[in-house]
Design a protein around this ligand. Structure first.
Ligand code: CDP
Ligand code: MG
Length: 758
């Protein structure tokens, strides 16, 4: 049952945390002298094995080329030099010698699986090769899907640069709420979720001549659904070419799924990587403050490498934005303390919500200012702090050292309760090896694993569980239903989702009113599918029609989609920042606080200065504004008028409840919150404007599991609203709160009436 599972999860969590522990009590005697002088703590690593290199004479090849070109570079103009460099880089990629063979294979077969190590040039080069080979004739597009928005944007930008095109013209990208393409676009990068949505407008994807499902090994939910859909359209569109591209050894599985499609292997080029594990495990240490601890271990390792190892850029894998920011600050503080004792470090954060101009920095070989400051030989070292995104989606050149704490943030889903939560989870062996591989791209490298060899062998799963098996399927089910795919149990899944997850998705959509009791799409469901949002959010937006507050609701929806990145909390101005944030607080809850922030900003005519003064992140606000504009357009499409009802917070909160009634918690006698349907204990997030208050009933936006299950973004509601907005789901009896007040009986069918055939 759930409790048991939670216990197991916590237990596992704690057990896994132990190998992130640092050896705080014991000093290693073998440690480097130089290091000891500077630092007072360290981690002891033991070398275990070598990840062998691949390919022959790579070293010689590339060296020869660069020497050769540097001679002539001096005589060139800037533009010539840049073109020349691009050409050289393109030629040096492992995929380059296979250009002809690859194009021939594509001409010969309708479906082709392409396997090649990360960084071999699959994502950036294949669409260009296809363009050269004439696959764009008659203006047909080459489409390439990416699981991550950052990758879609940055790769499109890179290709635009290589082709000498303007981004958004012939080459562009499309991600949720941001379309950077035009009528002329013939090479289109997009997130897998966006291609799914394109099926709604163009079920046969007739405007494409080639589709590349890239990073297939990531097995995101959307990629998995795409597999089934593209396989199907390939059958009745013999002119469509389908490429499935993957970084790891899953190629065989992909081939089998696509009726034994041939596999095209691009031999990788990787230098050997030495793998080190931590020596000790200190379980008690970890149990006290697990998060802080592996971060600390990672930070110590960075400095340790910096001081004791030959120069080389360092890549650290962390689990999310918050962790990256904390690590960034820890590193800055430590290096500041060390003053001139160590060489300068440049710290580059990279995560999926990072604004694009900051992402661009990652790909600059050396920061321009830094090159002048130090001499060219001992250039400033970079430390890249990245999420899983750097595992395969993005290649960062120049990395020699990888630090792998062994965790990533993953969605976890309980199909019985419908609770979805982000949990820091141990990675798989496959992931660990991908991460290690990042160290061997430019030269022999080293990977430091912040866990023991024993833990690697015995505690890590072989492969990551595909997302489809650990997530809420509501969104995808609604989309498939809109595409007329009714028999979901027999959909062509590579790995089918658990039966109960599918059933729960159907039940949730029924309770939201998107499906009727026959499991068919309703008019409301059809309108919901127009929005590129989770069903609950779409429902909230549509409910704003009834409560005459569509203006406020789309603002709230937009602000929720840039969730967590609104307020800025610099460590040296915490008090000021918190006061500024609290000034926006609304007693009814966080959604209204967000609305308040947006409206104030809008009143200043979207001023940057205002954001700065109020510790509000201008970039996030700009994004919220873009999202809001798009939602406004979509409202027009479903013919909902723009209405404002700002003073009536009850109406606004009712509209929110109409979407999020699944996420309801009530204050129990013990002073804790419990979810209404399943009695799970949940806490108000300390950042919430409701943290100090204890409303009896509340609705939350999402759950985040850190040390406990926290509700992020909450509003206070009244219990009888639930009967008004979700009569299919709640019964009056469940909602009695001991005040003796009887609730009116709900009208409408209960979810038990939903047909059992699903
Ligand atoms: O897809 P795959 O991992 O096979 O390689 P890729 O992403 O096409 O990367 C090929 C090369 O392009 C690498 O050397 C990257 O460093 C470079 N690249 C870049 O400079 N800027 C980007 N935004 C993406 C890739
Ligand atoms: Mg790629």
């Amino acid at each position: 049952n759930y409790e048991q599972r939670r216990w197991e999860e916590e237990h596992l969590h704690a057990a896994m945390m132990k190998f992130g522990a640092r050896d705080a009590s014991e000093k290693s005697k073998q440690s480097s002298k130089k290091y000891e002088v500077i630092m007072d703590d360290e981690i002891e690593f033991v070398q275990a094995l070598k990840l062998p290199g691949t390919g022959k004479n790579v070293d010689k090849d590339t060296k020869h080329k660069t020497e050769d070109s540097s001679l002539r570079l001096d005589e060139m103009s800037d533009i010539e030099r840049k073109r020349h460099m691009i050409k050289e880089t393109k030629r040096s990629l492992p995929i380059y010698p296979f250009k002809k063979d690859l194009i021939n294979a594509i001409r010969e077969h309708q479906v082709l699986i392409i396997e090649g190590e990360t960084g071999s040039g699959k994502t950036t080069q294949i669409p260009q090769y296809l363009h050269e080979a004439g696959f764009n004739k008659d203006g047909k597009k080459v489409g390439c899907t990416q699981p991550r928005r950052v990758a879609a944007m940055s790769v499109a930008a890179r290709v635009a640069e290589e082709m000498g095109w303007k981004l958004g013209n012939q080459v562009g990208y499309s991600i949720r709420f941001e379309d950077c393409t035009s009528e002329r676009t013939i090479i289109k990068y997009m997130t897998d979720g966006m291609l799914l949505r394109e099926f709604l407008g163009e079920p046969d994807l007739a405007s494409y001549s080639v589709l590349i499902v890239d990073e297939a090994h990531e097995r995101t939910l959307h990629t998995d659904i795409l597999f089934g859909l593209v396989k199907d359209i390939a059958r009745f569109r013999p002119d469509l070419k389908l490429l499935i591209s993957s970084a790891t050894l899953d190629a065989q599985k992909f081939s089998e799924f696509f009726d034994d499609a041939p596999i095209f292997r691009i031999p990788g080029r990787r230098f050997p990587v030495d793998i080190y594990y931590t020596k000790a495990t200190y379980i008690w240490f970890m149990l006290q403050a697990p998060e802080a601890d592996y971060l600390d271990a990672a930070v110590v390792s960075v400095l340790q490498i910096h001081v004791t190892q030959p120069p080389g850029d360092i890549l650290v894998f962390l689990t999310g934005q918050e962790e990256i920011e904390t690590a960034n600050e820890m590193l800055l503080e430590r290096t500041r303390k060390l003053g001139g004792k160590i060489k300068e470090l440049i710290i580059l954060p990279i995560y999926s919500t990072l604004p694009s101009d900051m992402q661009a920095k990652i790909f600059e070989p050396t920061p321009p200012g830094a090159r002048k400051a130090s001499n060219t030989l001992s250039r400033v070292l970079q430390v890249v702090l990245a999420t899983n995104i750097a595992e395969t989606s993005l290649t960062i050149d120049g990395i020699v050292y990888v630090i792998d704490p062994g965790f990533s943030k993953q969605k976890s889903y309980n199909a019985r309760t419908g609770m979805e939560s982000l949990v820091v989870t141990p990675i798989s062996k496959a992931s660990a090896n991908q991460r290690a591989g990042r160290a061997g791209r430019v030269s022999a490298g080293k990977c430091f694993r912040l866990y023991t060899a024993w833990a690697y062998k015995n505690e890590l799963e072989d492969n990551t569980v595909p997302e489809i098996q650990r997530t809420n399927l509501g969104n995808v089910v609604l989309l498939l239903k809109s595409l007329g795919i009714n028999d979901l149990l027999n959909f062509d899944f590579m790995d089918p989702p658990p039966h109960e997850t599918l059933v729960l998705a159907l039940e949730q959509l029924y309770a939201l009113g998107a499906l009727n009791h026959m499991g068919e799409l309703t008019k409301l469901g059809r309108r919901m599918a127009e929005f590129p949002c989770e069903p609950m959010m779409s429902k909230m937006i549509l409910a704003s029609e009834k409560y005459k507050c569509s203006q406020e609701i789309i603002t709230i929806a937009a602000m929720l989609s840039v969730n967590n990145a609104i307020f800025y909390r610099p460590k040296d101005k915490l008090v000021h920042a918190d006061t500024a944030r609290q000034n926006f607080f609304c007693p009814s809850g966080d959604h209204l606080t967000l609305l308040n922030v947006y409206n104030h900003w809008a009143e200043t005519d979207f001023s940057t200065q205002w954001c700065y003064e109020n510790f509000v992140q201008h970039r996030s606000m700009k994004r919220a504004r873009d999202v809001r504009d798009q939602l406004e357009g979509l409202l027009e499409r479903v013919e909902i008028p723009l209405t404002s009802n700002e003073g009536d917070t009850i109406s606004i909160r009712k509209a929110i409840t109409a979407g999020y009634f699944y996420h309801t918690a009530r204050l129990s006698k013990s002073g804790q919150y419990k979810t209404v349907k399943h009695q799970q204990t949940v806490l108000i997030h300390p950042n919430s404007s409701l943290f100090e208050q204890h409303p009896r009933w509340l609705v939350y936006y999402e759950l985040v599991f850190t040390t406990k299950e926290f509700m992020r973004q909450t509003i206070e509601i009244e219990n009888q609203w639930l009967l008004e907005v979700a009569p299919h789901y709640y019964r009056a009896k469940e909602l009695e709160d001991g005040s003796g007040k009887k609730l009116p009986k709900a009208v409408g069918k209960s979810k038990d009436d939903l047909v059992r055939k699903y």
